[in-house]
Design a protein around this ligand. Structure first.
Ligand code: AMP
Ligand code: GLY
Length: 425
């Protein structure tokens, strides 16, 4: 079977590597992939967000199955378009992906199906939004309705900031049509967790809980990034918390899709905040998280294609997944200046030595080749992943691997998984 992976980040490198190990798979094509996927997969130069181009590439390369990494093609209906051409794909249909593609849809969905989320109002008129904000005394979060490359959520501390956020989104139209409507919601305080499931429309398989680290600097300081690292499992997700998430969030969500007539197949990533010991939903994503995928999929025991095909075909095997390592950590190595502007083309050294350590893998994101050299080409450059028995052991291993890698201006967080590591207690 020929499998095509859509996307170019470390998440897609992880998926492509796991898929390539399946005995069912005869060839892997990355669209477009990165320098890391080039070592075992074919690369096809298409824009992952361009549905027509993706479908054309899949047809011309006689692809049997497509795995979609990022949200934009899902929200643009790539799975429906592939299916219309007889090509099966892992990921939700356009109607299902709206759970990520429209925050208004997601919030109303949660309200309708009794899923705990921050109190909110929806506005399509900036004046009315401002009036509402002025009448509130508690801090608010302002969210552009549509996809905004992860930048459409503005967490504020006071009414002035919230009004300024409305101005940016609705009057200056910083995110274009994604800001036609906004959600204004109560700001919650607590520990964030990522919870992933894979559904086939009927059944679901829960993946292990994880936690990512959005801020650029140690101690959760500095501006937000696409994610500087992740680990699994987080101590805050006890067996009891996990049970609550499944009963009060996952099951009502899947029931909600059924009631809306949506067959939700693919990964569903639920972003939660623990508020006074209770999980409250911040958002849904219609895909696997990045960098969460890096600490989940490499631990999947068995053939990943069983999970992906079972989800897409609607015949997922029941049961709990087995993990081949109890713990994992991912440290992201970023370019100088990231998450702001950053230089490209800097030579990367030491990946082979790092990846030769037992239980360590290095996944690429913003990398490319220049002649014979491997060079940086993005903000997040590499994901260094270690798997093992416990968080302290994997942190030690990952940072030993990181110390072998270098490129000019490279920076990373030294405190990934601090909530679980002995040295931070
Ligand atoms: P979202 O795109 O909805 O996940 O929001 C991105 C990030 O904004 C989340 O991961 C949180 O860190 C933060 N966030 C979103 N909603 C809230 C909220 N109601 N209260 C506090 N922080 C929030
Ligand atoms: N790690 C957050 C995301 O993938 O959106």
């Amino acid at each position: 079977m020929k499998v095509m992976i859509i996307g170019s980040g470390a998440r897609e490198h992880v998926l492509a590597a796991a898929v390539s190990r399946s005995p069912r798979v005869s060839g892997v094509i990355c669209a477009p992939g990165n320098a890391g996927t080039l070592s075992f997969a074919q690369s096809v130069a298409v824009n992952a967000d361009d549905v027509a181009a993706v479908v054309k590439a899949a047809k011309s390369l006689a692809v049997d199955f497509v795995v979609v990494g990022p949200e934009a093609p899902l929200v643009n209906g790539v799975v429906d378009a592939l299916q219309a051409e007889g090509i099966s794909a892992f990921g939700p249909c356009r109607a299902g992906a709206l759970i990520e593609g429209s925050k208004v849809f997601a919030k109303r969905f949660m309200a309708e199906f009794g899923i705990a989320t921050a109190d909110f109002e929806v506005f399509d008129d900036p004046d009315k939004a401002e009036l509402y904000i002025r009448g509130k005394s508690r801090p608010l979060v302002v969210k552009a309705d549509g996809l905004a490359a992860g930048k459409g959520v503005i967490v504020t501390s006071n009414a002035e900031q919230a009004v300024a956020a409305i101005d940016r989104i609705m009057r200056q139209r910083e995110f274009g049509d994604a800001g036609n409507q906004v959600v204004v919601e109560e700001r919650l305080v607590g520990q964030e967790i990522s919870y992933h499931i894979v559904s086939d429309g009927e059944r679901f398989i829960p993946l292990a809980a994880s936690q990512d680290h959005k801020q650029v600097f140690d101690g959760d300081r500095g501006p937000n990034t696409g994610g500087m690292g992740a680990y699994s499992p987080p101590p805050v997700v006890t067996a009891e918390v996990e049970n609550t998430i499944r009963e009060r969030v996952v099951k009502p969500t899947l029931e909600g899709f059924r009631r809306r007539g949506i067959t939700y197949r693919g990964a569903l990533f639920i972003g939660l905040m623990m508020v006074d010991g209770e999980p409250v939903v911040l958002e849904y994503n219609a895909r696997l998280g990045d960098p969460e995928t890096q600490v989940l999929i490499p631990r999947w025991k068995g053939d990943l294609m069983d999970l992906l095909l079972g989800s897409a075909r609607g015949d997922l095997a029941d049961g709990q997944p087995a993990w081949d390592a109890p713990a994992a950590i991912c440290v992201v190595l970023a370019s100088e200046g990231y998450p702001g502007a950053y230089p490209k083309g800097r030579a990367i050294r030491g990946i082979e030595q790092a990846a030769s350590l037992a239980g360590v893998d290095v996944y690429h994101a913003g990398t490319t080749t220049k002649g014979d050299a491997l060079v940086t080409s993005g903000g997040r450059v590499l994901s260094v992943v270690a798997r093992g028995e416990d968080i302290d052991a994997v942190a030690e291993k990952a940072y030993a691997a990181v110390s072998l890698i270098s490129f000019e201006g490279m920076h990373f967080r030294r405190d990934i998984a601090w909530r679980a590591r002995r040295e931070y207690k």
